[in-house]
Design a protein around this ligand. Structure first.
Ligand code: GPW
Length: 832
């Protein structure tokens, strides 16, 4: 390339209506290959996305070039999940050209909504953990932080959920079927990743013992880049996702039929690595392919990070000053052993230097205390799949335990708890311990969760390293979750306080004084009503059910999990149904119970709860004796796109997990920001939400985490006694167990009834039932007073500013990463 070429020589794409319209027609014809008469909605979506992507590219290159020329410290967010959802509205909105695009489409006789709806939802994640990663990407780009996301480009994202006969059935999610207009394939960015084989010991040039990993299978990781548009379009960061490719030399050597077929088979097998997202949320399944996925993307990302670092450096001691690597849970924790391998085996660093660099570079976020979610890979599996890493893990462990032994002689129980190897039963590597030891900072995701980390899973490590654990309460991006998802409310807010809140959500506090303004309250209600109408139409389309817009929209949307206690909500629903039937003359506040969420395909109890909700809905919704005062809907295929319709329409937000079990929650934040009142336990971030919105503006019920802990420590309780003393609970459970909702199979719900009774009710559903009903009654009473309800709803919105992921990311940047904003130069000059 001619060195005199400057990027200003390119004619930059125009952002006005005419320019957009011209661009659309050009893309439609010359890239999509259709004329306007033959184009489908999907063709138009691809056209518009490509034209919008065009408008991102120069700024993207400017951003990347600025980071490079300043040799800025970058943060690398390693995550097996990025639940980014649709990108068209997001890109337009962050570029500030939503209206221009709408008008350009209008001139072509097209509706923006139709075009937007043709985009598939990128579901490269299960739930909260993956969506948090997506919110962080938005916040990093919006604040000019040099942040990269690294993950896997799954060919199949999270399964599509349908209900057949009320049961969940999973279908493959083929989001890439028609191509992905946002991504850039980078066939030249390719790294080898090895598996299996064995380790050979040898003497290096100075006679030191050294190791090499030989006879291994090889797969290639190929990069796909998606631009991440920050608010205002100043900074465009990169999400780099890896796709598995077979190596060219993979058994293609032999020229006969058998070897050829075998080679193709090998190719398919190795490319299975990036085929599908594991659909388990907060549960660990211990499958070899999953371990290989974790290593595959981690290794490729680290190789890429080192390559970038070596563009400016020849030695590694500055790595921690130029790269911060954040582990999103333990899924990429094998990266600690991998960086050690790269530094020691490939770059010949001394062990102690490599360890110091590794620890100073990595930080680890823990997202759960649930034992069934803590990764622990069998030693035998790691030995086979990653033999050199197993040696490195043993070495890390030996050095650590030796040092600890010297200090605390004799306490073997403690040493075995601190060990990276769990020796009880089949020997396993505790990935949480590895992540803790290999990081300079370890954080929880809410104040309560961080405290519990110190008291439970990491109590011994906390004693050993008292400065390592810190809290970073989660947040959500106000761009997607208020500005884009709720145009009615966000326009109202902007007319009153300006648009500063979009990039500085703390400014939304200026709405507090509007809570007492009757005119504002009326407009706030009008916005909510508009969103409720939109949701009612969506419910009708998806389920055929008609719901009352003036009923309380009581919403529980999240993965199906026993600890999240959808069952508690169902029991209340049945109790309310019974009360309404018993008292038909009372003027009831109409209630619409809205549920949505997927169950892991192998989680039988969660799938049975789905069937129960659908069965209850069938009975309740068709019983004329409740006069439409109660409706139950379970929306299929909950994903980011559905959330954007449901959340702005909610009146009541169900956050009812057993205290101590939900690490943070983030749906709780989205709902409160959109003016829903929370009914919840003192769990996860609910505790902090109460502090911010005020105890008068939230419905708290149930046992606290301490009470739960004490109850369990004292041997639990007898749910039979609780049930016997609560007639409405007893009646609801009896109906479930005698088949009132399953006349076709009266024993269907035996496992549920069993779990809540003789099973000991591990999640304390029955224990919290009475207080939950009290809180529900309080909510229903308040709803009778629209002025009071609206006042509290406004105070929720106004007091949620602190829960912006901008605040969260800034805390990470300042206290963990030490990264700073970089202002990209957009003068087209590049750098000299
Ligand atoms: F088990 N979370 C999640 F900790 O969505 F890994 N998936 C997961 O696999 C895990 C956690 C894991 C969630 C937490 O359940 C939720 O409380 C939290 O708000 C969210 O991660 C983000 O921190």
């Amino acid at each position: 390339m001619d060195a005199r070429f400057k990027s200003r020589d390119i004619e930059r794409r125009s952002l006005d209506v005419d320019g957009l319209k011209r661009s659309f027609l050009e893309w439609l014809v010359y890239s999509v290959g259709k004329d306007a008469r033959a184009a489908t909605r999907r063709d138009w979506f691809h056209t518009v996305a490509l034209a919008v992507r065009d408008r991102v590219v120069d700024r993207w290159m400017d951003t990347t070039r600025s980071y490079y020329h300043e040799d800025a410290k970058r943060v690398y967010y390693l995550s097996l999940e990025f639940l980014i959802g649709r990108l068209l509205t997001n890109s337009l909105s962050n570029l500030g050209i939503v209206d221009e695009c709408r008008q350009a489409l209008d001139r072509l006789g097209l509706s923006m909504e139709d075009v937007v709806d043709a985009e598939p939802d990128a579901a490269l994640g299960n739930g909260g953990l993956g969506r948090l990663a997506a919110c962080f990407l938005d916040s990093m780009a919006s604040q000019g932080l040099p942040g990269y996301g690294y993950g896997i480009r799954y060919e199949f994202g999270l399964f599509e959920q349908r209900f057949e006969n009320g049961w969940q059935v999973e279908y493959p999610e083929q989001w890439l079927q028609f191509g992905n207009p946002w991504e850039f394939a980078r066939p030249e960015v390719l790294y080898p990743v090895q598996f299996y084989g064995r380790v050979e010991e040898f003497r290096d040039s100075v006679g030191e013992r050294a190791y090499r990993w030989v006879d291994a299978d090889r797969v290639l990781a190929m990069a796909y880049d998606t631009p991440v548009v920050g608010f205002g379009g100043e900074t465009i960061n990169t999400l780099r996702l890896w796709s598995a490719r077979a190596t060219r030399d993979f058994n293609f050597g032999h020229f006969n039929d058998g070897a050829y077929m075998k080679a193709v088979e090998q190719k398919i097998l190795s490319e299975n690595l990036s085929r599908v997202l594991y659909p388990n949320d907060a549960t660990e399944t211990g499958k070899e392919l999953r371990l290989k996925q974790e290593y595959f993307f981690t290794s490729a990302s680290l190789q890429d990070i080192l390559r970038r670092y070596l563009q400016h450096h020849t030695t590694f001691e500055n790595l921690p000053n130029k790269a911060a690597i954040q582990l999103n849970d333990t899924h990429p924790a094998i990266g600690i052993a991998e960086l050690m391998r790269l530094l020691v085996d490939q770059h010949a660093l001394r062990w102690d230097d490599a360890w110091e660099i590794t620890r100073a570079t990595f930080a680890y976020t823990n997202h759960t205390l649930l034992p069934e979610a803590l990764e622990a890979w069998p030693v035998r599996m790691i030995e086979r799949v990653l033999p050199r890493h197993m040696q490195i893990i043993y070495e890390i462990n030996a050095k650590f335990l030796n040092r600890t032994k010297a200090k605390a002689a004799g306490d073997n129980a403690r040493l075995s708890r601190l060990s990276l190897i769990d020796e009880r039963g089949e020997r396993r590597v505790r990935m949480g311990n590895l992540a803790f030891l290999g990081s300079h900072k370890v954080n929880g995701v809410s104040a309560l969760h961080t405290d519990l980390m110190k008291q439970t899973v990491f109590a011994d490590f906390h004693e050993e390293f008292p400065d390592r654990i810190n809290n970073k309460t989660n947040g959500i991006t106000p761009r997607r979750w208020l500005k884009q998802a709720n145009p009615a409310l966000s326009e109202l807010i902007t007319t009153r306080i300006g648009e500063g809140w979009i990039s500085d959500l703390s400014q939304i506090a200026a709405l507090r004084e509007k809570a007492d303004d009757v005119v504002f309250r009326e407009e706030f209600r009008r916005a909510k009503r508009k969103n409720k109408k939109r949701l009612a139409a969506y419910i009708a389309r998806q389920t055929g059910e008609e719901v009352l817009v003036d009923s309380i929209f009581d919403v529980q949307v999240k993965r199906m999990h026993e600890y999240k206690r959808q069952l508690l909500n169902v029991l209340h629903t049945i109790a309310l149904y019974n009360e309404m039937r018993d008292n038909p003359t009372v003027s009831w506040v109409p209630v619409t119970k809205v549920f949505a969420g997927k169950a892991a395909p192998s989680y039988h109890m969660a799938k049975l709860i789905i069937k129960l909700i659908n069965d209850v809905a069938k009975v309740v919704n068709h019983d004329p004796s409740v006069h439409d005062n109660l409706k139950v809907v379970l929306l299929p295929n909950y994903n980011v796109t559905a959330a954007e319709i449901i959340i702005p329409a909610a009146d009541l937000s169900e956050q009812i997990s057993t205290a101590g079990m939900e690490a943070s929650g983030t749906g709780n934040m989205k709902l409160a920001l959109n003016g829903a009142l929370t009914i919840g336990t003192l769990d996860g971030a609910n505790v902090e939400i109460r502090e911010h919105v005020g105890a008068d503006n939230i419905f708290i019920f149930g046992m606290t985490a301490d009470e739960v802990n004490d109850l369990r420590a004292s041997g639990g309780f007898n749910p039979r006694e609780v049930i016997a003393s609560n007639p409405s609970l007893k009646r609801a459970l009896d109906m479930i167990s005698t088949g009132a909702f399953s006349p076709d199979d009266r024993n269907r719900y035996h496992p549920i009834v069993q779990a809540l009774t003789d099973g000991g009710d591990h999640f304390l559903v029955t224990a919290d039932f009475a207080d939950y009903c009290r809180a529900q009654d309080a909510a229903m009473q308040l709803y009778r007073d629209p002025e009071e309800w609206t006042r509290k709803a406004i105070l929720n919105t106004a007091n949620m500013g602190w829960f912006s992921s901008d605040r969260t990311v800034n805390e990470y940047a300042g206290e963990i990463w030490d990264v700073h904003p970089v202002k990209p130069s957009h003068d087209g000059e590049g750098f000299r």
